[in-house]
Design a protein around this ligand. Structure first.
Ligand SMILES: Cc1cc2nc3c(=O)[nH]c(=O)nc-3n(C[C@H](O)[C@H](O)[C@H](O)COP(=O)(O)OP(=O)(O)OC[C@H]3O[C@@H](n4cnc5c(N)ncnc54)[C@H](O)[C@@H]3O)c2cc1C
Length: 475
């Protein structure tokens, strides 16, 4: 450790044991966590730094966003996961800079010196220059907070629609636009359709939630663009059969509090979800090396940075080319395998041996399309429908971290499948809600104020309320 580390940190055992090498890992996602796990019992000190205190199973974020699972089901404390790894220490902190010359990592409350550095900081949502204006109107789905915010918005519109007398407003409330038809968009579209058509339909009295419209929009010509043409086509057909409106070759040009503009058309929709893009963590820039157009670090075949054999980049942040010259996709198995590989390379280096090149063992890919349908690709084979969904279920349960999570998720899925229910349907206030943009706050006022008194119904329309100076239907 350097002198920047305060006395309290030294007392907590963060000081450097001279002679013992230090491996610093940035990111406790699929990549970083697997480096730490595979260094168990090795004669090195491992410091894993993450801005969160939990490891997040991102492939199931959409299940939290659509009330199928609770947040604890898909996230586990990193400290608990590494409890038995005596050489691993966890630091909860935001890494702000990497100084390769002096081999230092600066985070928001300290600095740590490394012998080997593994950067596994992943990706973040990309609004292509429109972040300021679009982020609050159309949340992405990359973090646990994003998922809780999506869930709050999705559940709340049904409550609003149940109470309004204005048909046009009710239609906007029950219109869901998902921008981006990659795996996240496709999974969200299918799950929202399921909630509206199969779950809410039995719990609401005034609305017919099966009339809800789910619109999936993409600028490209196909859904699931990185998949085989046959898989993409099958996914599109299945979604349309389920009632999802798929609009391809359609560019969203504007997002407002009222909806989205696609070409000449304005689609009024209260819920808009952004699943259209990601870009690499900004930490790649602080490495001062070559990046690709998504901000990923271009790495050597052993996953090191070109001019520095002490710094490894893995997972979503790495641009690693396969034998055809294509960068590996941003998938959990890529990050996991690279994490294992880097741990072995560090072991080789400690024994004075050379690093080995990384080879990806392709495990295929899959996406769900609702409650009992999915598409899956393994090697040259494709699977569809119920069988693919069953495979998906099995693989995701297998990779969920923690016995408790596996058991609870299995029970939740059984409950959802048999009972057409969603276990996590609580509407929680989130920090985003407090910061909602003024246009949305104004829209909230547009809801009818209805009084049911002694068998009489009195409906006060927003315009009347404004004349009389009244406040509109807040929570
Ligand atoms: C909605 C969604 C669905 C997905 N579905 C699938 C799927 O079905 N199958 C599949 O294989 N893959 C899926 N993926 C992709 C998969 O989750 C990623 O490829 C994988 O998480 C990459 O692992 P990683 O370790 O590189 O990054 P991540 O898992 O993203 O981990 C990065 C970690 O770094 C931390 N971090 C970032 N910046 C900093 C900083 N400055 N300071 C401190 N900590 C920092 C973050 O908190 C995070 O914990 C999905 C992703 C998303 C978002």
């Amino acid at each position: 450790m350097t002198q920047d580390v305060d006395v309290a940190d030294r007392e907590r055992g963060l000081e450097r044991d001279e002679g013992r090498k230090v491996v610093v890992i940035i990111g406790g996602g699929f990549g970083g966590l697997n480096v730490a796990k595979r260094l168990r019992g090795v004669d090195v000190d491992v410091y894993l730094i993450d801005r969160h205190n939990y490891h997040l199973f991102q492939p199931l974020l959409y299940q939290v966003a659509t009330a199928g699972l609770g947040v604890e089901d898909i996230a586990s404390p990193i400290r608990t996961i590494l409890r038995r790894h005596k050489n691993a220490k966890v630091i909860m902190g935001e890494v702000t800079d990497i100084d390769r010359k002096q081999r230092l990592v600066h985070f928001d409350h300290g600095t740590v010196e490394y012998d080997y550095l593994v950067v596994a900081a992943g990706m973040e949502t990309n609004y292509f220059g429109n972040k300021e204006s679009w982020e609050k109107l159309a949340p992405g789905l990359k973090t646990l907070n994003d998922a809780v915010e999506c869930r709050r918005r999705i559940l709340r519109v049904f409550e609003r629609a149940e109470w309004t007398q204005d048909d046009e407003w009710a239609r906007a409330l029950l219109t869901f636009v998902i921008i981006g038809a990659g795996p996240t968009g496709v999974e969200m579209a299918g799950a929202i359709r399921d909630i509206a058509h199969e779950v809410m339909v039995r719990d609401f009295r005034n609305i017919d939630s099966s009339k809800a419209k789910v619109i999936l929009i993409d600028a490209g010509p196909a859904v699931l663009a990185g998949y085989e043409a046959r898989t993409s086509e099958r996914a599109r057909q299945d979604l349309e059969e389920m009632g999802v409106e798929v609009r391809l070759n359609s560019m969203v040009e504007e997002i407002t509090a009222e909806g989205v503009r696609v070409g000449e058309e304005f689609i009024r929709a209260e819920t808009v979800i952004w699943a259209a893009g990601v870009r690499a963590s900004g930490l790649g820039e602080s490495l001062d090396t070559e990046l690709d157009r998504l901000g990923r670090v271009i790495v050597n075949e052993d996953l090191t940075v070109p001019d520095d054999d002490r710094v490894f980049i893995i997972g979503d942040l790495a641009h690693f080319e396969d034998p055809r010259g294509e960068p590996l996709p941003g998938l959990a198995p890529v990050a996991i395998q690279q994490g294992h590989h880097v741990a072995y390379n560090i072991r080789y280096a400690l024994r004075g041996e050379r690093y080995r090149p990384f080879e990806y063992n392709d495990k295929g890919k899959m996406a769900t399309l609702g409650r009992a349908r999915a598409v899956a690709e393994f090697q040259d084979r494709q699977f569809f429908g119920f069988f693919a969904w069953f495979l998906w279920l099995f693989v995701h349960l297998l990779f969920l971290i923690g016995f408790r999570n596996r058991v609870f998720v299995m029970l939740d899925w059984f409950y959802a499948y048999v009972g057409m229910r969603r276990s996590a349907r609580l509407i929680m206030k989130t920090p985003q809600e407090v910061q909602e943009p003024p246009e949305r706050a104004r829209l909230e006022e547009e809801i009818d104020q209805i009084s049911l008194i002694a068998g009489q119904t009195k409906v006060e329309q927003p315009a009347e309320r404004r004349r009389s100076g009244g406040q509109g239907g807040g929570e």
